[in-house]
Design a protein around this ligand. Structure first.
Ligand code: SAM
Length: 213
């Protein structure tokens, strides 16, 4: 597991990175306390303004959703949306995905959504890509048996990189399209903020589903 640092997620507080003071920090969530029920849990990494997770949570009220976002001012917008719309089944973690294992119980997540994660094409940034072997190893610890990753991106390069990474790191790629909006999965697709932007410029949206083996 990555070395962990505590990050406070409450509104109005700064993010505290106490890495030096708190090696091996863990604050594993108790889902029953957090959500008030034992429904299955799904996770979005890099939720941005929260439009996707809010729409999904309204559509699937019997599922609990955790929205993870690195950037405090961005996650506030998402939190305000969920509060404004009175959506009961979404909670937020203002942390970098690198330390997910500090908070998420092992083998407790049914699905992980990666929507328009930054492609980071430079080879020196490979470790930071959210589908690199380093991150897939983190997700593998969190996902239930047969758990799923669903990814959308506008980047052909990042898409190809991710497909290879899934296949080489214990996932089976079960569904792939290089033009989601013209595919069989278009119906029911929730268009994210970035997706709307890319799509309005005529760019195709790449989509893949990978299942933990
Ligand atoms: N998913 C949203 C959408 O599709 O509209 C936002 C996409 S935006 C390009 C990527 C988001 O991921 C940003 O809000 C960024 O702060 C967040 N992010 C990037 N790296 C992250 C990390 N390591 N952990 C958590 N969030 C991260």
């Amino acid at each position: 597991m990555e070395r962990c640092a505590p990050v406070l997620a409450a509104r109005g507080r700064p993010c505290l990175n106490l890495k030096e003071a708190a090696e091996n920090f863990r604050a594993v969530l108790d889902y029953r306390t957090l959500f008030g029920n034992g429904n299955p849990v799904e996770l979005e990494v890099g939720c941005g303004n929260g439009f996707f997770i809010a729409e999904l949570a309204k559509r699937e009220p019997e599922t609990n959703f955790l929205a993870v976002e690195l950037c405090s001012n961005v996650i506030l917008t998402a939190m305000e949306r969920v509060l404004r719309e009175n959506i009961p089944n979404v909670r937020f973690l203002n942390i970098p995905a690198e330390i997910l294992a500090c908070y998420i119980p092992e083998k407790s997540v049914r699905k992980i959504y990666l929507n328009f994660s930054t492609p980071l094409p430079g080879s020196t940034h490979e470790r930071q890509r959210l589908t690199s072997p380093r991150f897939l190893s983190i997700y593998k610890d969190l996902l239930e048996e047969g758990g799923v990753i669903e990814q959308k991106t506008d980047s052909g390069f990042f898409f190809d990189y991710s497909l290879e990474s899934y296949r080489e790191n214990g996932f089976a790629v079960t569904d792939v399209t290089r033009d989601l909006h013209k595919s069989e999965w278009a119906k029911g697709n929730i268009v994210t903020e970035y997706e709307r932007n890319f799509s309005s410029k005529g760019m195709p949206i790449y989509f893949a589903r990978a299942v933990l083996l």
